[in-house]
Ligand binder design. Structure first.
Ligand SMILES: [Zn+2]
Ligand SMILES: [Zn+2]
Ligand SMILES: [Zn+2]
Length: 219
């Protein structure tokens, strides 16, 4: 079931960082402003002006202060160049590696998602997984003698091999076709039909009209 989340326009800051007397007032404000701007598209110039320094370059010493306490990391990330990472919680010195973890599928930076895989690749992998599960379900049903299908709009009864229905081959071919642009456009698995045995349909008391193209055996 899809769900929507209503999130509040609120940021959470780490108390000990905001109250850290070793940080300059500008650094403490910068930490809060950086966190507040993560989902927006505030550039460093606007951030500089919000914290009261002249320009993005003038942020440097404050960013270094924040880096020294582990709430900011600066480093090179695969496919993205130099990236500023802001942590809500300071990282421990042992965790501050500054090393990018490239995606095991595409080699781009995966640091803002699950380390080791980037978000588009995770989604692609998940869709292929869905495809495998769907195909296994379909084949198992066929093996059980479920040779009838109800079309996706639910109006007609078909033979499982009706040319108007999806098959593992057709759906898989379409998935493979989407693969080259998958990172940009995403991928979509066309679900295979739900299959029924004649017995199940009789029990259901289905009154669907027979498809004229495949002409399923009478129930
Ligand atoms: Zn990275
Ligand atoms: Zn990737
Ligand atoms: Zn049909």
């Amino acid at each position: 079931m899809p769900f929507h989340a209503r999130t509040l326009p609120i940021v959470t800051v780490h108390r000990d960082t905001i109250l850290n007397p070793a940080l300059s007032p500008t650094s403490r404000l910068l930490y809060a402003v950086l966190l507040a701007s993560l989902d927006g598209d505030l550039g460093l110039e606007s951030i500089a002006s919000l914290v009261g320094v002249q320009n993005a370059e003038a942020l440097e010493p404050y960013l270094e202060e924040l880096e020294s306490v582990g709430v900011v990391e600066m480093g090179e990330h695969a496919g993205q160049g130099s990236v500023l990472t802001v942590n809500e919680m300071p990282t421990l010195p042992a965790q501050r590696t500054h090393a990018c973890v490239p995606c095991q599928e595409c080699g781009d930076c995966s640091c803002s998602y699950i380390k080791g895989i980037c978000q588009p690749c995770y989604y692609i992998r998940d869709t292929f997984e869905q495809a495998r599960t769907d195909i296994a379900r379909y084949k198992a049903r066929l093996a059980e003698g479920a040779t009838y299908a109800i079309g996706s709009n639910g109006s007609r009864l078909h033979r499982w091999d009706c040319p108007t229905l999806n098959t593992p081959e057709k759906s898989m071919a379409s998935l493979e076709e989407q693969k080259p642009d998958a990172k940009e456009r995403g991928v979509y698995w066309s679900r295979l039909p739900v299959l029924y045995t004649a017995e199940e349909l009789r029990l259901k008391g289905t009154k669907k009209r027979n498809c004229a193209i495949c002409g399923p055996d009478p129930l």
